[in-house]
Design a protein around this ligand. Structure first.
Ligand code: ATP
Ligand code: AH0
Length: 365
């Protein structure tokens, strides 16, 4: 029986890999109490995904362009996905207090105090008849924070009963970690995760990603190239720090000279080396790593992480979490925190000068 003190929220996010819209339900007090519900991914229509991929490859347009039509289409895709979710899982609209609409990041430059997520709160609230919170990252960035990652406070809520320190690693388009040790929460983006490998595999094999990490697992990484890729100044920068999806594409161009399996193996080794390097930026070594995001399904990533870290490295399912929907749940959780005026980010998670609330509320009526 659900606790009546908890609010029901639906979170929706389309991540940097742009595969589709993840939708999930949570019931929470916005603090330590969280009950997770179902989740589902609703793929973008191919034409919309193509438009979004083209947009993020064109930074000036992603930053300054008038994107009204595209943003309306992205908003409607989110509203449709959430409506479908409520039907599919028999969620009574009236029981949902708030929708946490992360939307689609198309440009993220915290050093310019600028981040852009597509998703019009008023439009989605009107379409669904439910209050919406969106623009989660804007207040943080405006105050000088990195505006990402935002999952850490949700990770802390989920990890409260686990042995600590524990590291949660999200291998999405970009990699990010949350180090949790009691009240200490340190977070930052680690480097590339699936986006580099996805784009390589698409170019070479016409496939959206390296299923199971099989291509990467069948080749030999070029160790000298990995060592030189690890010389990127980002890795020495102290945390907090964050990345845009394509920040390593130009840097990793040398991989184009390699064959298919060697190239994929080299990108996988680079991804894992950058994630493992995160231990240099936390106060003490984690006793365990829990891996979330689509990259946990890449067996080559998981094997290399295990070899590199020397402590247990497991998918988050090992502790009963759902690695496909943590981010969607997170924005439902953060929407409730926003309603309650609680911080969404901390100096140790985004570098914001003081704990900071955020999000904008769009009432359905
Ligand atoms: N079966 C699989 N085998 C290998 N890799 C997979 C598999 N399924 C998904 N992936 C990888 O996971 C990626 C999607 O991960 P995820 O959905 O966590 O990313 P995202 O949420 O879009 O990104 P981010 O967290 O950066 O916003 C895919 O692009 C692919 O590279
Ligand atoms: C600006 C932006 O959308 N960043 C994403 C991206 O995808 C992974 C990583 O880069 C992380 O920083 C963030 O997403 C997750 C949900 C976060 O904020 O925790």
């Amino acid at each position: 029986m659900s606790d009546p003190a908890l609010l029901t929220a639906i979170g929706a996010i389309s991540g940097t890999s742009m595969d589709g819209i993840d939708v999930s339900l949570v019931r929470t007090d916005g603090d330590a109490r969280v009950e997770t519900g179902p989740g589902q991914c609703y793929p973008y229509a191919p034409a919309l995904r193509d438009q979004l991929l083209a947009l993020i490859a064109d930074a000036p347009r992603a930053e300054h362009g008038a994107l009204d039509d595209l943003e309306a289409a992205v908003s409607d895709a989110h509203a449709d996905a959430i409506a479908q979710f409520m039907t599919e899982f028999s969620v009574d609209r009236a029981s949902v207090r708030v929708i946490g609409l992360h939307g689609q990041t198309v440009y993220h430059r915290p050093e310019k105090r600028f981040t852009r997520q597509l998703g019009v709160g008023a439009r989605v609230a009107r379409a669904l008849g439910v209050d919406v919170v969106n623009r989660f990252r804007h207040a943080d960035v405006a105050a000088g924070g990195e505006g990402a990652p935002f999952a850490p406070l949700y990770h802390r809520a989920l990890a409260s009963r686990l042995e600590q320190p524990v590291m949660v690693l999200n291998l999405g388009g970009v990699g990010n970690v949350t180090f949790i040790d009691g009240e200490t929460v340190i977070a930052f983006d680690t480097g590339p995760a699936s986006a580099l490998l996805d784009d390589f595999v698409l170019k070479r094999l016409g496939k959206p990603y390296d299923e199971g990490g099989r291509l990467a697992g069948s080749g030999q990484a070029d160790a000298a190239m990995v060592a030189s890729l690890m010389k990127h100044p980002y890795f020495d920068r102290p945390a907090p720090k964050s990345l845009d999806r394509n920040d390593f594409h130009a840097w990793a161009k040398a991989v184009e000279s390699l064959g298919d399996s060697e190239g994929a193996a080299t990108l996988a080794a680079f991804t894992v080396a950058s994630a493992a390097d995160a231990v240099r930026h936390v106060p003490r070594p984690p006793v365990r790593w829990l891996v979330t995001g689509g990259g946990r399904l890449n067996a080559t990533f998981m094997r290399l992480l295990h070899d590199a870290l020397g402590v247990p490295v497991e998918p988050v399912e090992a502790v009963g979490w759902n690695g496909d929907f943590i981010e969607a749940q997170c924005f439902g959780y953060l929407a409730v925190r926003s309603l309650r005026g609680l911080p969404l980010s901390l100096p140790t998670t985004t570098g914001v000068p003081a704990p900071m609330t955020g999000g904008e509320l769009w009432r359905a009526a």
